[in-house]
Write a new protein. Structure first.
Length: 114
C-alpha cells in the first residue's frame, strides 16, 4: 500500500473516530451521563492515529483535511441525529468547507479521473 493511500485510510479512521467522539460527548452532555469518559478515551486513540498520519503526511494539509472533514460530518450528525438547524451562514460555511477539501485535493482528484 503506498503512503498516500495509507495516509488517507488513517485520516478516514481519525475523521470517523472524532465524529463518533463528538457525538458521544454531545449525547452525554444532553443526557447528563458518564459516557464522556469513553469520549476522552476515544480522543486519546484519535490523537495516536493522527500521530501515525503525521509520520506519512504533512501537518498543514493533514490537519486541514481532518478538521474540515470532521466539521462536515459532525454538522450532518447534528442536523440528522440531534435535530439542530443551520442558518444561512452555517450553510455557506459548510459549502466553503467542502470547497476547501476539493481545492486542497484538486491535483489528486484530477489525476484520479484522468
Amino acid at each position: 500500500m503506498n503512503d498516500r493511500v495509507k495516509m488517507w485510510l488513517l485520516l478516514v479512521i481519525v475523521i470517523i473516530l472524532e465524529t463518533a467522539t463528538m457525538t458521544l460527548l454531545e449525547y452525554s452532555a444532553n443526557n447528563h451521563n458518564n459516557y464522556y469518559i469513553l469520549g476522552i478515551i476515544l480522543y486519546a486513540i484519535t490523537a495516536y492515529i493522527f500521530y501515525r498520519v503525521l509520520i506519512i503526511g504533512k501537518l498543514g494539509i493533514s490537519n486541514a483535511l481532518w478538521n474540515v472533514s470532521t466539521i462536515i460530518l459532525i454538522t450532518l450528525v447534528s442536523i440528522f441525529y440531534f435535530k439542530e438547524e443551520l442558518d444561512i451562514y452555517g450553510k455557506f460555511g459548510i459549502m466553503f468547507a467542502i470547497l476547501s477539501v476539493i481545492l486542497m485535493e484538486y491535483k489528486n482528484l484530477r489525476a484520479l479521473f484522468n
